[in-house]
Design a protein around this ligand. Structure first.
Ligand code: CAA
Length: 379
């Protein structure tokens, strides 16, 4: 596939118009103010962008993973904070409920999530379970009536301050590590649900990231997602798709940095000519353009494989690894091309440089992506 199908080009154009006209103008101010883009998220819901690959009968847009990937790049081009809110709701919340949920769970939770009427978060990470996701210590016990009782603390949870629903992982027996992990659909209104410390972050500052504290939180038995002790597989299969989303987010940031660098290099005059006339600048732009193309091909191919129902773990990690490293490379070079101006908050490239950094950390660090790829390569 070397050209996007026409229907996906139309989705890209729709996303591009909305991103550049509605999202981009307020991005710098939201970053400064740490302001959650509630209104934009509501509009994305109305456009079908909060449940893009969810079938229409469950409130979604009924599109492909590829269409979602292309749209997410466009949204992140304008503001990576809006991009991650969209990415988490689609990939990490709608997807596992769509893939593993019962019919009743889909009717009750997937429909409002996919319509964007409710927002979701994915509560896996804990203070001592970051890269080692199998080390889940949040405890779950089974009550006499068959309901579940959760106790523990999650951290670094994207969307936690605003989310209505948290797909949450907890362990029946931490000594058994991932083999005793269960997944649950938890509502914010349940007694014992508390949003803890909200993080003050380097980048993606208008998205919310916080701790979640569960104290004797009772979850009805019908909110178990998939089967008891199968939660780790839910978590890992979910991240296979989520990593394609983060690759798309990284691509959006990198493309914006590249476009700004090209424009600035043509406009900025030094030594009596535009700086773009210098080979030093041209080579930076050439490297950026080449890496962008390569990252996009990896990302689109991973999305396409997922749409074919084929295994995608290795390809998703490759796309996420390469696209996030490309976002780091492109924002660094774009800042360099801007010189001292690039270091100022007045220039957008400064925000892009900060926003890009997270893509090498969340949904698995670059080191974890290499570990996953190496496991596949070595068999
Ligand atoms: N799909 C299904 N099952 C999988 C799987 C996958 N992709 N990967 C592993 N599994 C299964 C294995 O088959 C194995 O099953 P059995 O016990 O039946 O054999 C089990 O899971 C354990 O597998 P491993 O032995 O490979 O597990 P591990 O403990 O070595 O960890 C890991 C593997 C890849 C390092 C994993 O811990 C990992 O992905 N860590 C990174 C965590 C991460 O990405 N966190 C992101 C948090 S969410 C986030 O960041 C969201 C946000 O803010 C935007």
């Amino acid at each position: 596939m070397f050209e996007l199908p026409e229907d996906i080009q139309e989705i890209r154009d729709l996303a591009r118009d909305f991103a550049r006209n509605e999202i981009l103008p307020g991005a710098a101010e939201r970053d400064r103010e740490h302001a959650f883009p509630a209104d934009l998220v509501r509009q994305l819901g109305e456009m079908g962008f909060m449940g893009m690959f969810v079938p229409e009968e469950y409130g979604g847009a009924g599109l492909s993973t590829l269409a979602y990937t292309v749209a997410l790049e466009e949204i992140s081009y304008a503001d990576a904070s809006v991009g991650v809110v969209m990415s988490v709701n689609n990939s990490l919340v709608c997807w596992p409920i769509m893939a593993f949920g019962t019919e009743a769970q889909k009717r009750k939770y997937l429909v409002p999530l996919a319509r964007g009427e409710k927002l979701g978060c994915y509560a896996l990470t804990e203070p001592n379970a970051g890269s080692d996701a199998g080390a889940q210590r949040t405890r779950v016990t089974v009550a006499d009536d068959g309901s579940y009782v959760l106790n523990g603390t999650k951290m670094w949870i994207t969307n936690a301050p605003q989310a209505d629903i948290a797909v949450t992982y907890a362990n029946l027996d931490p000594a058994q590590r991932h083999r005793a992990v269960c997944a649950f659909i938890v509502e914010r209104d349940y007694e014992g649900f508390e949003v803890g410390k909200v993080e003050d972050k380097l980048g993606i500052r208008s998205s919310g990231t916080a701790e979640l504290i569960y104290t004797n939180l009772r979850v009805p038995k019908e909110n178990l997602l998939h089967e008891e002790r199968k939660g780790f597989k839910v978590a890992m299969a979910t991240l296979d798709g989520g990593r394609i989303g983060i690759a798309a987010q990284a691509l959006g940031i990198a493309q914006r940095a590249f476009d700004l660098a090209v424009a600035y290099a043509k406009e900025r005059q030094q030594f009596g000519k535009p700086i773009a006339a210098n080979q030093a600048i041209q080579w930076m732009l050439a490297d950026m353009a080449t890496r962008l193309e390569a990252a996009r091909h990896l990302t689109w191919r991973a999305a396409w494989l997922k749409d074919q129902g084929r295994p995608v773990g290795k390809e998703a990690s490759m796309a996420k690894l390469y696209a996030s490293e490309t976002a780091g490379f492109c924002t660094d070079r774009a800042l360099q091309i801007h010189g001292g101006y690039g270091y100022s908050r007045e220039y957008e490239v400064e925000r892009l440089y900060r926003d890009a950094r997270i893509t090498r950390l969340y949904e698995g660090t670059s080191e974890i992506q290499r570990l996953v790829i190496a496991k596949h390569v070595l068999g």
